[in-house]
Design a protein around this ligand. Structure first.
Ligand code: UD1
Ligand code: UDP
Length: 361
């Protein structure tokens, strides 16, 4: 029996996760796709639907940016109306954004089962808005699709065993699937005149780095002083803080730093595959660097993706100027990696598991 599934997405990494999952879900089930509108710039949203072949959302709630409580509340109210009329068998949410929390909470309040893709991740840093969103979403979920064994262990430690399923990481599915396409379709390396493994790829958008003038200043100073060509696709949140703190101009004046608008996924994975090193505070980018065997320098003190650090491919440097520069100059991973993120078929497993779990009434 095919299921009626309502999927909630809203932010850039969720579109990328939905690409492989929606394609699989629609082979077995009927999916109604809700875009909350959390991200709305063309290069943070529509671009991903166009280039990754994600089905057009059935509805875009156009909630937009707002303080966290207000944004989440507006999403909750709008999603509740949709779920009340759609009456799905299950609501599928991804990751740890405010869209994730709103979707899970709206469903739980209506007694509709929740399936959480990327369950069980923990940074153990409750100052991160995402950590609160994850913990609450996992508590409300009936089916918890874990990307890694570490995530399964976190849930077990918190007393959650029922409904926990090790699916593997849908971002690994996406990276494998789209890497070939990126070779043909992306000309970002030519556009920016970049040579193989000769540049640093930087991204930064976590509030702990962007909203703190000291942290942002240290990161920018390290990128300026590292004496390597740097490609820096700037998240809209970060652009605002750079402008506000006067750092935008110093970055723009530096000829070895290419500050560019956020790029599409195909350009991004092309950059990740060819960079000498990646400097980032993004969750997704840390893993993609690992998938593509590019050393990663993480601008945080902890990570949810601990396997990348344990294997020696990722180093945590926080927003520490000296550590960032030292890692850009000297960090060298070993050759070996381990299989932490599944076999590239996580999306298929998720679609099949949903059928087994909810398909029999
Ligand atoms: C959100 C998620 C974060 C995720 C990130 C992915 C939460 C709490 N945070 O952070 O977990 O890693 O998305 O990128 O859900 N803005 C624009 N245009 C857009 C989107 C945002 O200009 O299309 C600007 C607005 O000024 C907005 C700010 O970016 O206030 C932050 O956007 P928001 O969605 O609140 O949080 P992110 O930092 O993007
Ligand atoms: N990404 C992208 N273009 C960019 C920056 C990132 O396509 O300019 C992709 C990146 O490859 C990864 C995802 O966006 O798949 C990560 O999203 P983000 O860093 O916004 O959020 P996080 O993963 O930290 O939640």
């Amino acid at each position: 029996m095919s299921l009626q599934i309502v999927t909630i997405v809203g932010a850039r990494p969720q579109f990328i996760k939905a690409a492989p999952v929606s394609a699989q879900l629609r082979q077995y089930h009927q999916e109604y796709l809700v875009h909350t509108g959390q991200h709305y710039d063309a290069n943070m949203s529509q671009l991903f639907f166009d280039e990754l072949g994600i089905p057009a959302p059935d509805v875009n709630l156009e909630i937009g940016s707002a303080p966290h409580g207000e944004q989440t509340a507006q999403m909750l109210s709008a999603i509740e109306k949709i779920l009340s009329s759609q009456k799905p068998d299950v609501v599928l949410v991804y990751g740890d954004t405010n869209s994730t929390l709103a979707g899970a909470l709206a469903a739980a309040k209506l007694n509709i089962p929740v399936a959480h893709v990327e369950a069980g991740l923990r940074s153990f840093n409750r100052a991160m808005p995402e950590e609160i969103n994850r913990i609450l979403t996992d508590r409300m979920a009936d089916t918890l699709f874990c990307p890694t064994q570490t995530a399964v262990a976190h849930l077990h430690n918190e007393g959650m065993t029922a409904g926990v399923f090790l699916s593997g990481d849908v971002m690994y599915d996406a990276a494998l699937h789209f890497a070939e396409m990126a070779k043909d379709k992306s000309d970002i390396l030519q556009q920016l005149q970049l040579n193989e493994r000769s540049f640093i790829l930087a991204t930064c958008h976590r509030p702990q780095n962007t909203d703190s003038a000291d942290a942002l200043r240290a990161i920018v100073a390290a990128l300026i002083d590292c004496q390597e060509p740097v490609v820096f696709p700037v998240h809209p949140r970060t652009r605002g803080f750079l402008r506000h703190s006067g750092l935008l101009e110093s970055l723009q004046q530096n000829r070895h730093i290419a500050m560019i608008e956020p790029v599409g996924y195909l350009d991004m994975i092309q950059l990740e595959q060819h960079a000498k090193k990646v400097v980032t505070d993004s969750g997704g980018v840390q893993k993609e660097a690992y998938f593509f065997k590019t050393p990663c320098i993480t601008l945080r003190d902890e990570t949810e993706w601990v396997e990348t650090v344990e294997d020696g491919w990722n180093v945590l440097v926080g927003a520490d100027y000296e550590k960032i520069i030292a890692a850009i100059k000297h960090f060298t991973p070993p050759q070996q990696q381990n299989d932490h993120y599944g076999d590239g078929h996580a999306a298929e497993k998720i679609a099949r598991h949903l059928q087994e779990f909810y398909g029999v009434h």
